[in-house]
Ligand binder design. Structure first.
Ligand code: ADP
Ligand code: MG
Length: 399
Protein backbone atom coordinates (compact mmCIF):
# COMPACT_ATOMS: atom_id res chain seq x y z
CA UNK A 1 0.00 0.00 0.00
CA UNK A 2 1.39 3.34 -0.87
CA UNK A 3 1.48 5.39 2.25
CA UNK A 4 -0.97 8.02 3.35
CA UNK A 5 -0.80 10.70 6.02
CA UNK A 6 -2.73 10.25 9.24
CA UNK A 7 -3.65 12.55 12.11
CA UNK A 8 -0.27 11.64 13.60
CA UNK A 9 1.35 13.72 10.86
CA UNK A 10 -0.52 16.90 11.78
CA UNK A 11 1.64 19.45 13.52
CA UNK A 12 0.17 22.15 15.73
CA UNK A 13 -3.38 22.69 14.50
CA UNK A 14 -4.52 25.19 17.13
CA UNK A 15 -6.95 27.59 15.47
CA UNK A 16 -6.58 25.82 12.10
CA UNK A 17 -9.67 24.94 10.08
CA UNK A 18 -10.18 21.25 9.31
CA UNK A 19 -12.52 20.19 6.51
CA UNK A 20 -13.53 16.68 7.50
CA UNK A 21 -15.46 14.35 5.18
CA UNK A 22 -17.60 11.97 7.21
CA UNK A 23 -20.45 9.57 6.49
CA UNK A 24 -23.59 10.85 8.23
CA UNK A 25 -26.04 9.21 5.86
CA UNK A 26 -27.93 7.74 8.81
CA UNK A 27 -31.03 5.57 8.56
CA UNK A 28 -33.79 7.82 9.94
CA UNK A 29 -37.26 7.20 11.30
CA UNK A 30 -39.60 9.87 12.65
CA UNK A 31 -36.87 12.49 12.73
CA UNK A 32 -34.16 10.57 14.52
CA UNK A 33 -31.57 7.98 13.58
CA UNK A 34 -32.33 4.27 14.02
CA UNK A 35 -28.61 3.45 13.94
CA UNK A 36 -25.81 5.85 14.84
CA UNK A 37 -22.87 3.53 14.20
CA UNK A 38 -21.66 5.77 11.37
CA UNK A 39 -21.35 8.64 13.85
CA UNK A 40 -19.63 6.38 16.38
CA UNK A 41 -17.15 5.46 13.65
CA UNK A 42 -16.06 9.07 13.01
CA UNK A 43 -16.28 10.26 16.60
CA UNK A 44 -12.59 9.60 17.45
CA UNK A 45 -11.41 11.67 14.49
CA UNK A 46 -13.75 14.59 15.20
CA UNK A 47 -12.93 14.70 18.90
CA UNK A 48 -9.20 14.33 18.35
CA UNK A 49 -9.17 17.29 15.97
CA UNK A 50 -11.32 19.33 18.34
CA UNK A 51 -9.14 18.46 21.34
CA UNK A 52 -6.08 19.56 19.40
CA UNK A 53 -7.71 22.97 19.02
CA UNK A 54 -8.83 22.93 15.40
CA UNK A 55 -12.12 24.38 14.20
CA UNK A 56 -13.77 21.29 12.73
CA UNK A 57 -16.08 21.64 9.73
CA UNK A 58 -17.96 18.46 8.90
CA UNK A 59 -18.78 17.67 5.27
CA UNK A 60 -21.32 14.98 4.51
CA UNK A 61 -23.97 13.90 2.04
CA UNK A 62 -27.47 12.86 2.94
CA UNK A 63 -29.74 10.98 0.54
CA UNK A 64 -29.75 11.64 -3.18
CA UNK A 65 -30.82 15.25 -3.85
CA UNK A 66 -28.97 15.15 -7.21
CA UNK A 67 -27.62 18.69 -7.20
CA UNK A 68 -30.70 20.45 -5.86
CA UNK A 69 -31.59 21.84 -2.47
CA UNK A 70 -34.33 19.76 -0.83
CA UNK A 71 -35.29 20.91 2.64
CA UNK A 72 -36.11 17.28 3.47
CA UNK A 73 -32.50 16.23 2.88
CA UNK A 74 -30.64 18.82 4.92
CA UNK A 75 -27.87 17.51 7.15
CA UNK A 76 -29.53 19.60 9.89
CA UNK A 77 -31.75 16.55 10.43
CA UNK A 78 -28.83 14.54 11.78
CA UNK A 79 -27.41 17.39 13.88
CA UNK A 80 -29.17 16.20 17.04
CA UNK A 81 -27.97 12.62 16.63
CA UNK A 82 -24.41 13.75 15.99
CA UNK A 83 -24.50 15.98 19.08
CA UNK A 84 -25.78 13.10 21.18
CA UNK A 85 -23.00 10.75 20.08
CA UNK A 86 -20.26 13.37 20.40
CA UNK A 87 -21.78 14.65 23.65
CA UNK A 88 -21.05 18.14 22.37
CA UNK A 89 -23.01 20.96 20.78
CA UNK A 90 -22.30 21.63 17.14
CA UNK A 91 -23.22 24.55 14.89
CA UNK A 92 -25.27 23.89 11.77
CA UNK A 93 -24.10 25.98 8.80
CA UNK A 94 -26.63 25.95 5.91
CA UNK A 95 -24.02 26.31 3.12
CA UNK A 96 -20.70 24.72 2.08
CA UNK A 97 -18.85 27.89 1.02
CA UNK A 98 -19.16 31.64 0.80
CA UNK A 99 -19.88 34.42 3.30
CA UNK A 100 -22.17 32.35 5.55
CA UNK A 101 -19.39 29.81 6.04
CA UNK A 102 -16.82 32.58 6.57
CA UNK A 103 -18.97 34.28 9.23
CA UNK A 104 -19.65 30.98 10.98
CA UNK A 105 -15.96 30.21 11.15
CA UNK A 106 -15.55 33.61 12.83
CA UNK A 107 -18.04 32.61 15.50
CA UNK A 108 -16.56 29.14 16.11
CA UNK A 109 -13.94 28.96 18.84
CA UNK A 110 -10.94 26.66 18.75
CA UNK A 111 -12.15 23.09 19.30
CA UNK A 112 -15.66 23.89 18.13
CA UNK A 113 -17.48 21.87 15.49
CA UNK A 114 -19.61 23.03 12.56
CA UNK A 115 -21.80 20.88 10.34
CA UNK A 116 -22.11 22.12 6.76
CA UNK A 117 -25.18 21.35 4.71
CA UNK A 118 -25.62 18.38 2.36
CA UNK A 119 -22.73 18.56 -0.10
CA UNK A 120 -24.92 16.88 -2.74
CA UNK A 121 -27.21 19.94 -2.88
CA UNK A 122 -24.60 21.32 -5.30
CA UNK A 123 -24.05 19.63 -8.68
CA UNK A 124 -20.30 20.27 -8.36
CA UNK A 125 -20.07 17.61 -5.66
CA UNK A 126 -20.93 14.53 -7.70
CA UNK A 127 -19.42 16.06 -10.87
CA UNK A 128 -16.18 16.50 -8.90
CA UNK A 129 -15.98 20.05 -10.26
CA UNK A 130 -12.54 21.51 -9.38
CA UNK A 131 -14.07 24.99 -9.00
CA UNK A 132 -16.51 23.65 -6.44
CA UNK A 133 -13.70 21.90 -4.55
CA UNK A 134 -11.57 25.06 -4.68
CA UNK A 135 -14.47 27.09 -3.28
CA UNK A 136 -14.72 24.79 -0.25
CA UNK A 137 -10.96 24.44 0.11
CA UNK A 138 -10.65 28.25 0.39
CA UNK A 139 -12.21 28.00 3.87
CA UNK A 140 -9.94 25.28 5.21
CA UNK A 141 -6.33 24.75 6.19
CA UNK A 142 -6.35 20.98 5.72
CA UNK A 143 -8.62 18.12 4.65
CA UNK A 144 -9.35 14.90 6.50
CA UNK A 145 -11.21 12.03 4.85
CA UNK A 146 -12.83 9.66 7.35
CA UNK A 147 -15.50 8.26 5.02
CA UNK A 148 -14.16 5.03 3.54
CA UNK A 149 -17.73 4.07 2.64
CA UNK A 150 -17.75 6.91 0.07
CA UNK A 151 -14.19 6.30 -1.18
CA UNK A 152 -15.36 4.45 -4.31
CA UNK A 153 -16.86 7.74 -5.53
CA UNK A 154 -14.72 10.43 -7.12
CA UNK A 155 -16.70 13.36 -5.78
CA UNK A 156 -15.48 16.81 -4.74
CA UNK A 157 -15.52 16.05 -0.99
CA UNK A 158 -14.30 12.45 -1.33
CA UNK A 159 -11.56 13.02 -3.90
CA UNK A 160 -11.34 16.58 -5.26
CA UNK A 161 -10.49 18.34 -1.99
CA UNK A 162 -7.35 16.24 -1.61
CA UNK A 163 -5.92 18.10 -4.62
CA UNK A 164 -6.44 21.52 -3.05
CA UNK A 165 -5.44 21.03 0.58
CA UNK A 166 -2.98 18.91 2.57
CA UNK A 167 -4.90 15.62 2.93
CA UNK A 168 -5.02 13.16 5.80
CA UNK A 169 -6.81 9.89 6.54
CA UNK A 170 -9.02 10.07 9.62
CA UNK A 171 -8.80 7.36 12.27
CA UNK A 172 -11.66 5.26 10.84
CA UNK A 173 -10.22 5.50 7.32
CA UNK A 174 -6.79 4.60 8.67
CA UNK A 175 -8.12 1.50 10.47
CA UNK A 176 -10.06 0.38 7.40
CA UNK A 177 -7.09 0.79 5.05
CA UNK A 178 -4.75 -1.04 7.41
CA UNK A 179 -7.21 -3.92 7.80
CA UNK A 180 -7.83 -4.22 4.08
CA UNK A 181 -4.11 -4.13 3.38
CA UNK A 182 -3.55 -6.93 5.88
CA UNK A 183 -6.30 -8.98 4.24
CA UNK A 184 -5.50 -8.68 0.54
CA UNK A 185 -2.85 -6.02 -0.07
CA UNK A 186 0.06 -7.60 1.78
CA UNK A 187 -1.50 -10.57 3.56
CA UNK A 188 0.22 -13.36 5.41
CA UNK A 189 -0.24 -16.58 3.41
CA UNK A 190 -2.04 -18.90 3.16
CA UNK A 191 -5.05 -16.71 2.47
CA UNK A 192 -8.61 -18.02 2.28
CA UNK A 193 -11.51 -16.13 0.76
CA UNK A 194 -15.09 -17.04 1.54
CA UNK A 195 -17.47 -15.80 -1.13
CA UNK A 196 -21.15 -16.48 -0.72
CA UNK A 197 -24.44 -14.76 -1.25
CA UNK A 198 -27.17 -15.13 -3.75
CA UNK A 199 -25.76 -14.71 -7.23
CA UNK A 200 -22.55 -15.16 -9.19
CA UNK A 201 -23.54 -12.24 -11.43
CA UNK A 202 -23.16 -9.69 -8.63
CA UNK A 203 -19.74 -11.01 -7.59
CA UNK A 204 -18.05 -11.92 -10.89
CA UNK A 205 -15.35 -9.27 -10.52
CA UNK A 206 -14.80 -10.27 -6.89
CA UNK A 207 -14.26 -13.93 -7.84
CA UNK A 208 -12.03 -13.06 -10.79
CA UNK A 209 -9.84 -10.81 -8.63
CA UNK A 210 -9.61 -13.30 -5.76
CA UNK A 211 -8.49 -16.35 -7.75
CA UNK A 212 -5.21 -14.57 -8.49
CA UNK A 213 -4.66 -13.53 -4.89
CA UNK A 214 -5.72 -16.27 -2.51
CA UNK A 215 -4.71 -19.89 -1.98
CA UNK A 216 -8.22 -21.09 -1.04
CA UNK A 217 -11.44 -19.85 -2.58
CA UNK A 218 -14.43 -21.11 -0.62
CA UNK A 219 -17.65 -20.69 -2.56
CA UNK A 220 -20.97 -21.01 -0.76
CA UNK A 221 -24.47 -19.57 -0.87
CA UNK A 222 -26.65 -19.52 -3.95
CA UNK A 223 -23.66 -18.83 -6.14
CA UNK A 224 -22.17 -22.23 -5.33
CA UNK A 225 -25.13 -23.74 -7.20
CA UNK A 226 -24.00 -22.14 -10.45
CA UNK A 227 -20.51 -23.60 -9.95
CA UNK A 228 -21.96 -27.02 -9.12
CA UNK A 229 -24.17 -26.87 -12.24
CA UNK A 230 -21.08 -25.95 -14.28
CA UNK A 231 -19.49 -29.17 -13.03
CA UNK A 232 -22.51 -31.15 -14.21
CA UNK A 233 -24.33 -31.42 -10.89
CA UNK A 234 -28.13 -31.36 -11.13
CA UNK A 235 -29.14 -28.66 -8.64
CA UNK A 236 -32.91 -29.19 -8.93
CA UNK A 237 -34.88 -26.01 -8.48
CA UNK A 238 -32.10 -24.23 -6.57
CA UNK A 239 -31.34 -20.60 -7.26
CA UNK A 240 -28.87 -21.00 -10.15
CA UNK A 241 -27.66 -18.84 -13.02
CA UNK A 242 -27.44 -21.49 -15.71
CA UNK A 243 -26.41 -18.90 -18.28
CA UNK A 244 -23.23 -18.29 -16.27
CA UNK A 245 -21.91 -21.87 -16.20
CA UNK A 246 -19.26 -21.02 -18.83
CA UNK A 247 -18.15 -18.11 -16.69
CA UNK A 248 -18.01 -20.37 -13.65
CA UNK A 249 -15.84 -22.84 -15.57
CA UNK A 250 -13.55 -20.03 -16.67
CA UNK A 251 -13.09 -18.98 -13.02
CA UNK A 252 -12.36 -22.61 -12.05
CA UNK A 253 -9.73 -22.80 -14.83
CA UNK A 254 -8.14 -19.51 -13.82
CA UNK A 255 -7.98 -20.70 -10.23
CA UNK A 256 -6.25 -23.92 -11.30
CA UNK A 257 -3.64 -21.93 -13.24
CA UNK A 258 -3.06 -19.58 -10.31
CA UNK A 259 -2.66 -22.40 -7.79
CA UNK A 260 -5.85 -21.46 -5.98
CA UNK A 261 -7.93 -24.34 -4.61
CA UNK A 262 -11.66 -23.82 -5.17
CA UNK A 263 -13.83 -25.37 -2.45
CA UNK A 264 -17.42 -26.21 -3.35
CA UNK A 265 -19.81 -27.97 -0.97
CA UNK A 266 -20.09 -31.74 -1.39
CA UNK A 267 -23.04 -32.08 0.94
CA UNK A 268 -25.91 -29.63 1.15
CA UNK A 269 -29.09 -28.84 3.04
CA UNK A 270 -32.15 -28.96 0.79
CA UNK A 271 -35.92 -28.42 1.01
CA UNK A 272 -38.87 -28.45 -1.33
CA UNK A 273 -40.16 -25.11 -0.11
CA UNK A 274 -38.33 -22.08 1.19
CA UNK A 275 -39.70 -21.68 4.71
CA UNK A 276 -38.45 -21.94 8.28
CA UNK A 277 -37.90 -25.57 9.35
CA UNK A 278 -39.88 -27.07 6.44
CA UNK A 279 -41.14 -30.66 6.63
CA UNK A 280 -39.15 -31.52 3.49
CA UNK A 281 -35.82 -30.49 5.06
CA UNK A 282 -32.98 -32.94 4.54
CA UNK A 283 -29.22 -33.14 4.11
CA UNK A 284 -27.74 -34.95 1.14
CA UNK A 285 -24.77 -35.32 -1.16
CA UNK A 286 -24.75 -32.71 -3.96
CA UNK A 287 -25.38 -35.52 -6.46
CA UNK A 288 -28.63 -36.50 -4.73
CA UNK A 289 -30.63 -33.27 -5.02
CA UNK A 290 -34.09 -34.09 -6.41
CA UNK A 291 -35.74 -32.11 -9.22
CA UNK A 292 -38.22 -30.49 -6.82
CA UNK A 293 -35.64 -29.60 -4.15
CA UNK A 294 -33.50 -26.52 -3.66
CA UNK A 295 -30.13 -26.10 -1.99
CA UNK A 296 -30.42 -23.61 0.87
CA UNK A 297 -27.26 -24.19 2.88
CA UNK A 298 -23.87 -25.91 2.87
CA UNK A 299 -24.04 -29.32 4.56
CA UNK A 300 -22.36 -30.33 7.86
CA UNK A 301 -19.55 -32.43 6.34
CA UNK A 302 -18.49 -29.65 3.97
CA UNK A 303 -18.73 -27.12 6.80
CA UNK A 304 -16.37 -29.21 8.91
CA UNK A 305 -13.95 -29.59 6.01
CA UNK A 306 -14.02 -25.81 5.46
CA UNK A 307 -13.28 -25.23 9.14
CA UNK A 308 -10.21 -27.45 8.68
CA UNK A 309 -9.14 -25.31 5.72
CA UNK A 310 -9.40 -22.16 7.84
CA UNK A 311 -7.24 -23.81 10.50
CA UNK A 312 -4.40 -24.04 7.97
CA UNK A 313 -4.72 -20.39 6.91
CA UNK A 314 -3.23 -17.17 8.31
CA UNK A 315 -5.62 -14.75 6.65
CA UNK A 316 -9.32 -14.79 5.80
CA UNK A 317 -11.40 -12.38 3.78
CA UNK A 318 -15.14 -13.02 3.78
CA UNK A 319 -18.02 -11.65 1.77
CA UNK A 320 -21.41 -13.31 1.45
CA UNK A 321 -23.28 -15.81 3.64
CA UNK A 322 -22.98 -19.57 3.03
CA UNK A 323 -26.72 -20.11 2.97
CA UNK A 324 -30.10 -18.41 3.18
CA UNK A 325 -29.16 -17.43 6.73
CA UNK A 326 -32.22 -15.23 7.41
CA UNK A 327 -34.38 -18.38 7.65
CA UNK A 328 -33.74 -21.22 10.11
CA UNK A 329 -32.05 -23.64 9.92
CA UNK A 330 -30.32 -22.35 6.78
CA UNK A 331 -28.08 -20.18 8.94
CA UNK A 332 -26.25 -23.26 10.29
CA UNK A 333 -23.20 -23.35 8.00
CA UNK A 334 -22.73 -19.57 8.08
CA UNK A 335 -22.93 -19.49 11.88
CA UNK A 336 -20.60 -22.48 12.31
CA UNK A 337 -17.95 -21.17 9.92
CA UNK A 338 -18.18 -17.66 11.35
CA UNK A 339 -17.65 -19.04 14.86
CA UNK A 340 -14.66 -21.09 13.70
CA UNK A 341 -13.13 -17.99 12.10
CA UNK A 342 -13.82 -15.95 15.22
CA UNK A 343 -12.24 -18.56 17.51
CA UNK A 344 -9.13 -18.82 15.30
CA UNK A 345 -8.89 -15.04 15.30
CA UNK A 346 -9.15 -14.88 19.08
CA UNK A 347 -6.45 -17.59 19.32
CA UNK A 348 -4.19 -15.36 17.24
CA UNK A 349 -3.78 -17.79 14.35
CA UNK A 350 -5.99 -15.97 11.84
CA UNK A 351 -6.41 -12.41 10.60
CA UNK A 352 -10.07 -12.15 9.61
CA UNK A 353 -11.64 -9.35 7.61
CA UNK A 354 -15.26 -9.38 6.49
CA UNK A 355 -17.66 -7.01 4.79
CA UNK A 356 -20.93 -6.72 2.91
CA UNK A 357 -24.40 -5.73 4.12
CA UNK A 358 -25.77 -9.24 4.60
CA UNK A 359 -22.40 -10.57 5.76
CA UNK A 360 -22.27 -8.06 8.60
CA UNK A 361 -25.83 -9.02 9.55
CA UNK A 362 -24.91 -12.72 9.44
CA UNK A 363 -21.85 -12.22 11.66
CA UNK A 364 -23.95 -10.24 14.12
CA UNK A 365 -26.52 -13.06 14.05
CA UNK A 366 -23.72 -15.53 14.84
CA UNK A 367 -22.64 -13.28 17.72
CA UNK A 368 -19.07 -12.90 16.45
CA UNK A 369 -19.01 -9.45 14.87
CA UNK A 370 -16.59 -8.17 17.49
CA UNK A 371 -14.37 -11.26 17.34
CA UNK A 372 -13.18 -10.75 13.78
CA UNK A 373 -10.04 -8.68 13.23
CA UNK A 374 -12.06 -6.17 11.23
CA UNK A 375 -15.61 -5.97 9.94
CA UNK A 376 -16.20 -3.36 7.27
CA UNK A 377 -19.57 -1.66 7.11
CA UNK A 378 -18.61 0.17 3.93
CA UNK A 379 -20.86 -1.79 1.55
CA UNK A 380 -20.16 -0.65 -2.02
CA UNK A 381 -16.63 0.57 -1.30
CA UNK A 382 -15.75 -2.75 0.37
CA UNK A 383 -17.01 -4.74 -2.62
CA UNK A 384 -15.11 -2.56 -5.11
CA UNK A 385 -12.00 -3.07 -3.02
CA UNK A 386 -12.61 -6.87 -3.15
CA UNK A 387 -12.92 -6.50 -6.91
CA UNK A 388 -9.39 -5.09 -6.91
CA UNK A 389 -10.50 -1.71 -8.20
CA UNK A 390 -8.61 1.40 -7.17
CA UNK A 391 -10.81 3.58 -4.94
CA UNK A 392 -10.54 7.24 -5.99
CA UNK A 393 -10.95 8.54 -2.45
CA UNK A 394 -8.11 6.34 -1.24
CA UNK A 395 -5.91 7.00 -4.28
CA UNK A 396 -6.19 10.76 -3.66
CA UNK A 397 -4.91 10.29 -0.11
CA UNK A 398 -1.99 8.11 -1.15
CA UNK A 399 -0.92 10.15 -4.19
P1 ADP B 1 -23.64 -9.28 1.00
O1 ADP B 1 -24.75 -8.30 1.23
O2 ADP B 1 -22.94 -9.65 2.28
O3 ADP B 1 -22.68 -8.83 -0.07
P2 ADP B 1 -25.25 -10.86 -0.80
O4 ADP B 1 -26.23 -9.73 -0.89
O5 ADP B 1 -24.43 -11.17 -1.99
O6 ADP B 1 -24.30 -10.65 0.48
O7 ADP B 1 -26.02 -12.21 -0.46
C1 ADP B 1 -26.88 -12.38 0.63
C2 ADP B 1 -28.10 -13.16 0.28
O8 ADP B 1 -27.82 -14.42 -0.30
C3 ADP B 1 -28.92 -13.45 1.52
O9 ADP B 1 -30.15 -12.78 1.42
C4 ADP B 1 -29.10 -14.97 1.49
O10 ADP B 1 -30.40 -15.38 1.88
C5 ADP B 1 -28.86 -15.30 0.05
N1 ADP B 1 -28.48 -16.72 -0.12
C6 ADP B 1 -27.43 -17.34 0.39
N2 ADP B 1 -27.44 -18.65 0.07
C7 ADP B 1 -28.55 -18.86 -0.68
C8 ADP B 1 -29.12 -20.01 -1.32
N3 ADP B 1 -28.55 -21.20 -1.25
N4 ADP B 1 -30.27 -19.84 -1.99
C9 ADP B 1 -30.85 -18.62 -2.06
N5 ADP B 1 -30.37 -17.51 -1.49
C10 ADP B 1 -29.22 -17.62 -0.80
MG1 MG C 1 -26.59 -7.94 0.12
Amino acid sequence: MSSFKTLDDLGDITGKIALVRVDLNLPMKDGSATDVSRVEAVKPTILELAEKGAKVLLLAHYGRPKGQRFSTMSTSFVQGDVEKVLDKEIMFIPEVMGPVVEQSIGILGNGDIGLLDNVRFWPGEEANDPEFARGMAAHGDFYVNDAFSAAHRAHATTEGLAHHLPAYAGRAMEAELKALDAALGNPEAPVAAVVGGAKVSTKLDVLTNLVGKVQHLIIGGGMANTFLAAKGVDVGKSLCEHELTDTANRIIDEAAHAGCTVHLPYDVVVAKEFAANPASLRTCNVHEVADDEMILDVGPLATEALADVLKTCRTLVWNGPMGAFETEPFDTATVALARTAAALTQDGSLISVAGGGDTVAALAHAGVKDDFTFVSTAGGAFLEWMEGKPLPGVAALTA
